[in-house]
Design a protein around this ligand. Structure first.
Ligand SMILES: [Zn+2]
Ligand SMILES: [Zn+2]
Length: 140
């Protein structure tokens, strides 16, 4: 598997869902929003994105939770690992359907998704201390 180009695999905790991305992630960042905290069961979520056509499920099926209309959070129906995030409509004037968002830490090699920012730090838990020097945003 090539380091900077080529295909990279990923999947959930139980191995029931596997996916493949073509090329390295275009972007990665930490989201501290309350929705991510609850969906993940963790303090913050590290998302990455590739072009929509560069993300393909190769095994199993991603289940979707649409608590907020138009926002689909994908996860493994067996082990519960958070896998994907999709907005059916524009968010802040941007069409998110051009990209496939997925959980960076579910890559077989998460080190290829180097986060660039922290978003929704207004929801950050007070016991999480940010010391990596990355830019922070109160919301998005
Ligand atoms: Zn699973
Ligand atoms: Zn979030």
């Amino acid at each position: 598997m090539a380091k900077e180009t080529g295909k990279h695999g990923g999947g959930c905790y139980c191995g029931g869902v596997r996916y493949e991305i073509s090329g390295p992630p275009k972007w990665s960042g930490h989201c501290h929003c309350r929705s991510c905290q609850l969906a993940l069961g963790g303090a913050f979520m590290t998302w990455a994105k590739v072009a929509a056509g560069d993300f393909n499920v190769t095994k199993g099926t991603i289940k979707v939770c649409e608590k907020t209309p138009g926002i689909e959070r994908g996860f493994c129906g067996d082990c519960g690992t958070t896998l994907t995030y999709a907005a059916k409509h524009e968010v802040e004037g941007q069409d998110w359907r051009q990209d496939a968002w997925f959980a960076a830490t579910t890559l077989d090699d998460p080190s290829i998704a180097s986060p660039k920012t922290h978003v929704f730090v207004s929801h950050r838990q007070p016991w999480i201390v940010l010391a990596d020097g990355l830019p922070t945003f109160p919301e998005f």
